[in-house]
Design a protein around this ligand. Structure first.
Ligand code: 2AM
Ligand code: CA
Ligand code: CA
Ligand code: CA
Length: 266
């Protein structure tokens, strides 16, 4: 399959950053780690990967703006384009030696996400999507799972961490979802959660308290795999609200309704 020049640029940056993460993952005990807030860690590995992506993308597309997790906003002369970059999604897993983490890069054109790449270097799984062009994993076309009964589904979620508010809400949501589905998973990388929904590995996913760089690429991945995404209110303000609900059309609707339900007591 021929990849567009744009996707090639993004893939090259993601894989180069991924190789750097893999090297650091092999020596994770030697990494310098600091805390940005309660339970919120960042390591040299995050920063190195981000530097690589920043250098590669700036070279390939001079003038595009950036929103990156570690360095924040970097302005550009081009007011049409912005990269949304998470150099290491799943830092907690990474620092614990759990090989579930990813690089996530998305491109916004005039405020619309037009391309996304998610790479898990530990499994050498590369997810790519371009608006209108479908979603792929290592060049295999992706399609969301076809299950339509919530009781048959495996649903991913994010569990609020130390320092993040919404614990009360989450426990209500979790209880409601648990009562309806076959199983629940928590991977610890929102980008990969969405990639897994796109790949049909998980039937759905919901999480709150997210940042644009966590989900921008993944949202496009799910849509291009034929899935549906919304914020927790059913709107399309995922990046602004930091909430996401995803699945095929039927599961998305059912999961959204279940997540929004008040606590059911028996
Ligand atoms: P991060 O690893 O890039 O920080 C996990 O469900 C999602 O929440 C991941 O996308 C993770 O991104 C994000 N997250 C943000 N802050 C976190 C924290 N303190 N602990 C765990 N995950 C965090
Ligand atoms: Ca982080
Ligand atoms: Ca992240
Ligand atoms: Ca990160």
């Amino acid at each position: 399959m021929a990849r567009s020049a744009l996707l090639n640029v993004m893939v090259q940056a993601a894989m180069k950053a991924g190789r750097s993460l893999s090297r650091d993952f092999g020596e994770v005990q030697n990494l310098q780690v600091s805390m940005k807030g309660p339970g919120d860690y960042v390591s040299q590995a995050d920063r190195k990967a981000e530097d690589i992506i920043f250098t590669e993308l700036s070279k390939a597309r001079p003038g595009y703006a950036f929103l990156m997790e570690e360095r924040g906003t970097v302005g550009g002369d081009d007011d049409q384009h912005r990269w949304l970059v998470d150099p290491l999604d799943g830092t907690t897993n990474f620092l614990h030696g759990i090989p579930i983490f990813s690089v996530s890069i998305a491109l916004e054109r005039q405020g619309q996400i037009v391309a996304g790449v998610i790479y898990n270097p530990a499994m050498d799984e590369l997810y790519t999507a371009e608006r209108g062009g479908g979603a792929f994993m290592n060049d295999r076309r992706l399609r969301v799972a076809a299950r339509t009964k919530l009781s048959d589904t495996v649903i991913g979620c994010g569990v609020p961490h130390l320092g993040r508010g919404h614990h009360g809400n989450f426990l209500v949501e979790l209880r409601n979802v648990m009562a309806e589905v076959s199983g629940i998973r928590r991977l610890g990388s929102a980008a990969l959660d969405l990639a897994y929904v796109a790949a049909g590995r998980m039937d759905g996913f919901w999480e709150g308290g997210l940042s644009p760089w966590d989900i921008a690429a993944g949202l496009l991945m799910v849509r291009e795999a034929g899935g549906y995404v919304s914020d927790a209110k059913g709107g399309q303000d995922m990046l602004e609200q930091g909430t996401v609900v995803a699945g095929n059309e039927t599961i998305h609707r059912a999961l959204l309704a279940t997540v929004k339900k008040p606590l059911q007591t028996r």
